[in-house]
Design a binder for this molecule. Structure first.
Ligand code: ADP
Ligand code: MG
Length: 694
């Protein structure tokens, strides 16, 4: 049960005064559904309204606040905007409005009234003007003028003022919580209390207050990291308490399957397989993360681990985040295990009725020893005779509970987590503590690499010509359309439009996949591309996750500037898998911002996913790398592992010290209660629930 003291923070944002349904939806898209999400929506800048000169002394380009008398209105006419003439005795200034109703403006700025106006001042024909002032107040509303205002990241449908008001209301609810930080540490670092920190972080007084290593932000970052470390420590304690099973393979199947792969395993793959099978052989529950760059061959490693379970007379299951991926894994596994006489089952939302029933019966009886599936595997009626290994592909796309749920269907089953992209070391430590991990550091030999080029979008004509030449030469091409975060349907429109534009140029050879397609349609489109019926596949980022068509060797990415670094690397990893020369064209909208430019530079320089992940961490922060924002899972909101690295080690140690006993658990008394509040505050309460579930 969540401590009652947190209830005001875990109310929906619409519980705050002034936030209705529509505004609530916009806030939810931006920050999240709850009051606490608003607290975690931190300002990225400040607006300084303190400059308040007489009109005659106004400066070009600066935000300034003036006190003036309204002299006259000149309504809009044709393309001419609405102008309001004001003065203060030292000079005159014009307030300019586009597409704003005159009667509203007459009420806001009646002729003869005194007003305080704040906004960016520009000069036109030497006359100062403010286009759409940020703020217009009457003298008795002066109290509402904040000399320094925080600036927040925004989303469509949300004005800065409304968001500010919502956040201020949320901050009002941030009453003091019991202190969970060790008093000596808090004292040494000169950190404020939690509620002081929340208040301060949303009321910056100067640029320096935005510094991630200032005491306020540092304290909040520490809280988040500490919660994460505590949760990890509790999980670990819980796991080690559970009995494990020793799963030892006989080599009966794996030797033959390996010989039939058609390629030699890389040294990294061999190493990872050895680590995993040794771990499975120990009578302890395995919880291991397999990390490897895109295309490094994680699937085969999973296959070998699964075979070990089957050889031991038990079952193995592989959970994938999307249907495309589940089907692809199923095809791969089935192909490699066919000669060994092992049947691999597939269970997704599309397996229904009789077929599903008989599949479930075979899993329950043990007639089937291997299964691949989506979330459908987690349904309560999916029961195993004896599941010994749960493999979770693209593990970050599942919640903590889901990751553990599959293994929970077994008897002391082992878990192998696979990550889509390498996770930087500091981030790994922050989120997972000292979780066991195996890394694939090299890629299969004989891959010539991908040549990456960047071109402005207006050179699309050239790109189409190049694609046309490539297709004539027998290439297979992905054409990726951007995600518009705000709207899935726009996203779709972009892909469909591109599909309709390209289809007539290459009749019969163009396919389309996007997330809104029905499963069957999507599979057919993927299969047509993999099989050779189509050679140009227009796609949204549904193909990002793990899709493997080894013959594909050209990729065009539209609006590359809208993608994150790791995401671009993931996408690019879909090509360069065969022996053919591959090329990736990044089309960008000019002019490029500094970060987007740097991203593209890094991609051109490097194909090393481990390096790219580190760079991405520095450029964008943790959430983007893990892709958690998109998948709705929690990520780090306050901590930035790139900048708060020293806090990670400290929090790791503090978490161990905070727990008591063997197995370690939350201490009794006020300190334990404070730690419990912390875990709930950061929604790490699964840790507590699992602990209790024992
Ligand atoms: P990822 O690590 O991105 O999940 P996959 O497991 O999908 O990568 O493997 C990518 C491709 O590389 C597949 O086509 C797979 O058959 C192939 N592959 C895997 N291991 C090797 C190897 N040792 N030598 C050659 N090809 C390999
Ligand atoms: Mg994969």
């Amino acid at each position: 049960m969540r401590p009652a003291i947190l209830n005001p923070l875990f109310a929906p944002v619409t519980a705050l005064s002034g936030i209705g349904r529509e505004l609530g939806r916009a806030i939810e898209r931006l920050a999240g559904p709850l009051v606490v999400d608003l607290l975690w929506h931190l300002p990225t800048g400040i607006v300084d309204r303190r400059a308040s000169p007489p009109v005659a002394a106004l400066q070009e380009g600066r935000i300034q606040t003036i006190r003036v008398t309204v002299e006259a209105h000149r309504p809009a006419a044709g393309r001419r905007p609405y102008r309001i003439f004001c003065g203060d005795g030292t000079g005159r200034i014009e307030l300019v409005y586009f597409n704003v109703k005159g009667d509203y403006l007459s009420r806001l700025l009646p002729v003869g009234a005194e007003r305080i106006v704040s906004g960016r001042v520009e000069f036109r024909n030497r006359v100062p003007q403010i286009v759409h002032p940020d703020l217009v107040l009457s003298p008795n509303e002066l109290g509402r003028l904040k000399p320094i205002e925080p600036v927040y990241p925004l989303t469509a449908g949300l004005s800065p003022r409304l968001l500010q008001r919502g956040i201020a209301a949320a901050v009002e609810r941030a009453i003091e919580l019991p202190e969970w930080i060790d008093p000596a540490l808090k004292e040494r670092r000169r950190w404020p209390s939690w509620s002081e920190a929340v208040r301060a972080v949303h009321n910056p007084a100067c640029e320096a207050d935005l510094d991630p290593s200032g005491p306020t932000r540092e304290r909040l970052a520490y809280d988040e990291i500490f919660a994460s470390q505590l949760a990890v420590a509790l999980f670990r304690a819980h796991r080690q308490q559970r009995p494990g099973r020793a799963t030892i393979g006989s080599g009966k199947f794996s030797a033959g399957v390996e010989a039939g792969l058609g390629f030699a395993l890389t040294r990294s793959q061999r190493g990872a397989i050895a680590e995993i099978t040794a771990d499975m052989a120990r009578p302890k529950p395995m919880m291991r993360l397999l990390q490897g760059d895109v295309g490094s061959g994680k699937t085969v490693v999973a296959l070998m681990a699964m075979l070990t379970a089957v050889e031991a007379g038990a079952q193995a299951a592989l959970l994938a985040p999307t249907e495309i991926l589940a089907r692809q894994h199923h095809t791969t596994l089935a192909r490699h295990t066919a000669a060994a006489g092992i049947e691999v089952a597939l269970l997704t939302g599309r397996e229904k009725g009789k077929a599903r029933q008989s599949l479930l019966a075979d899993l329950a009886s043990g007639a089937l020893s291997m299964v691949v599936g989506t979330h459908a595997l987690l349904e309560p009626d999916v029961v195993f005779a004896d599941l010994a290994l749960a493999v979770i592909d693209e593990q970050h796309r599942f919640g903590v509970e889901q990751r553990l749920d599959l293994a929970a269907k077994g008897r002391n089953a082992d878990t192998l987590l696979m990550s889509a992209t390498p996770i930087p070391r500091t981030l790994m430590m922050t989120l997972y503590g000292d979780l066991d991990s195996s890394r694939l550091l090299e890629k299969p030999a004989g891959r010539p690499g991908v040549l990456t080029r960047a071109l402005a979008l207006d050179r699309q004509g050239e790109v189409v010509a190049a694609v046309s030449r490539a297709l004539e030469g027998g290439a297979k091409v992905y054409w990726i359309c951007p995600v518009v975060e705000e709207s899935e349907s726009l996203d779709l429109a972009a892909a469909e439009e591109r599909f309709h534009a390209l289809s007539p140029l290459f009749p019969g050879r163009v396919g389309l996949v996007h997330g809104r397609m029905k499963g069957g349609e999507r599979d057919r489109a993927m299969a047509a591309f993999a099989g050779g019926d189509t050679d140009l596949l227009v796609a949204t980022t549904v193909i990002e996750v793990g899709v493997d068509v080894p013959l594909a060797n050209v990729m065009v990415i539209e609006h590359a500037e809208r993608f994150g670094l790791s995401q671009l690397h993931q996408l690019r990893g879909r090509i360069g898998r065969g022996a053919r020369k591959s090329i990736c064209l990044l089309l960008y909208q000019a002019p490029l911002g500094a970060v987007a430019r740097r991203r593209i530079e890094i991609l051109r320089e490097s194909e090393d996913g481990f390096r790219i992940a580190e760079e991405d961490l520095h450029l964008r922060g943790a959430g983007e790398i893990l892709g958690t924002r998109q998948s709705g899972l929690q990520s780090l909101r306050l901590a930035d592992p790139a900048r708060h690295e020293p806090l990670v080690a400290a929090a790791h140690d503090d978490a161990r010290l905070a727990l008591e006993g063997d197995p370690p658990r939350l201490p009794a008394g006020p300190r334990g209660e404070a730690l419990r509040v912390l875990l709930y505050l950061f929604r790490r309460d699964e840790a507590i629930r699992y602990l209790r579930a024992g």
